[in-house]
Design a protein around this ligand. Structure first.
Ligand SMILES: Nc1ncnc2c1ncn2[C@@H]1O[C@H](COP(=O)(O)OP(=O)(O)OP(=O)(O)O)[C@@H](O)[C@H]1O
Ligand SMILES: N[C@@H](CCO)C(=O)O
Length: 352
């Protein structure tokens, strides 16, 4: 059996829009079995792949190999290597505790899991760096996928693609592959991604800092949350974010953490203000939970594209979470919360 584990992630951490990501301790898990016996009659499955699924999204996530994001991604990678199906017969059991569309990188984890899946079942021998190129052809903002693949707290940038590569069909129109990449088989091998699209650096992380994720019970699709952002920003707002991000990445490595410094360094003017209409109560929550009102709190932000709120803290976790959940309740929104830690090791493949 092959077990593939990929952590969830929180992108942006305030000012680092599309730049920084923090992998966190909720794990998407794939259990993969390949049945090679030929003497017993076996059922045949489209593309040789049977999917079973439990966890978040179980009622509606597609189980057809050419429609499910994980297996669509794997088929794209396999096809780039001249393999048009999964090996007969591949059974993938997906266990997904990462809530979908909440800003905890469920699609990034699914894309990373799909690339790792193809690498394992296709025996492709790709390095993690090369696998990132495939991930980045599918999800074009690197923060979630890089954190999920590499683990820990990461800063990223993308090499700009040339116009020919931008035309390629696996570049998403929305946030994920626009159509079943494995389904319509033209017989052509898709071109491999350019080399070295994504670059990253792992920052340190002060061990006493934990992440409280307050997860509302509604979804905000990333595509919708990107659709409300402007195309152009003022110099003033860009400088505001750059100043804070430069301080934040080191401030989060220092022990003991400086709450005043971190709280201010997690302020943002690039994405959170524009997303307030998608997340009732967002401006009030971000303004009302402070290190003064809630000792132990270091900083607070929208997690990824939302609606989850991420509070970084050293103690008083339950109190901080209760306060935010109470505020959401005034808007008629119920939430749950999880106390998470960085997933330092990133995505893993275990063969047994
Ligand atoms: N385990 C999974 N299996 C299949 N599809 C998945 C899985 N996880 C996520 N997806 C797909 O990704 C979509 C959610 O992606 P979206 O980018 O909108 O949100 P997110 O990744 O959870 O949040 P964010 O990008 O803000 O962190 C789901 O609706 C589903 O189509
Ligand atoms: N940086 C991305 C993360 C979501 O995938 C955003 O905030 O839109």
């Amino acid at each position: 059996m092959i077990t593939i584990k990929v952590p969830c992630s929180s992108a942006n951490i305030g000012p680092g829009f599309d730049v920084v990501g923090l992998s966190l301790s909720i794990w998407l898990s794939l259990q993969v079995n390949i049945t090679t016996t030929t003497n017993t009659p076996t059922l045949t499955y489209p593309l040789n792949c049977k999917i079973t699924y439990e966890g978040e999204g179980a009622s509606h996530v597609p189980l057809a190999a050419d429609a499910n994001l994980i297996t669509r991604t794997a088929l794209y990678v396999l096809k780039c290597h001249g393999q048009r199906t999964f090996p007969p017969t591949t059974h993938i059991h997906i266990i997904n505790p990462i809530p979908l569309g909440r800003g905890l990188g469920s699609s990034g984890a699914a894309v990373v899991a799909g690339v790792l899946l193809a690498n394992s079942v296709g025996k492709l021998g790709l390095s993690k760096d090369r696998m990132m190129d495939y991930c980045l052809m599918i999800e074009r903002h690197p923060d979630n996928v890089m954190a999920a693949m590499m683990g820990g707290f990461v800063g990223t940038y993308l090499k700009e693609l040339d116009p020919v590569d931008m035309e390629r069909k696996e570049i998403p129109l929305a946030e994920v592959l626009p159509e079943p990449a494995g389904g319509e088989d033209t017989g052509l091998r898709p071109p491999a991604p350019p080399l070295g699209i994504g670059h990253y650096i792992k920052f340190g992380w002060a061990k006493e800092i934990k992440a409280v994720a307050i997860i509302p019970d509604f979804e905000v699709p990333t595509a919708t949350a990107r659709g409300v952002l402007p195309d152009v920003y003022s110099r003033k707002d860009m400088i505001f974010n750059l100043q804070r991000l430069a301080v934040l990445t080191t401030a989060l490595t220092r022990s003991p953490p400086d709450a005043e410094l971190i709280f201010q360094a997690m302020q943002d003017k690039v994405h959170q203000p524009y997303r307030k209409n998608l997340i009732p109560g967002l401006p009030e929550i971000l303004a009302s939970v402070t290190p003064q009102s809630h000792p132990g709190l270091l900083g607070i932000c929208l997690s990824g594209a939302g609606p989850t709120i991420l509070a970084l803290a050293t103690h008083n976790f339950e109190h901080i979470a209760e306060m935010i959940m109470t505020r959401f309740k005034q808007e008629g929104i119920t939430c749950r919360y999880e106390l998470l830690e960085p997933a330092y090791e990133g995505a893993q493949v275990i063969e047994s």
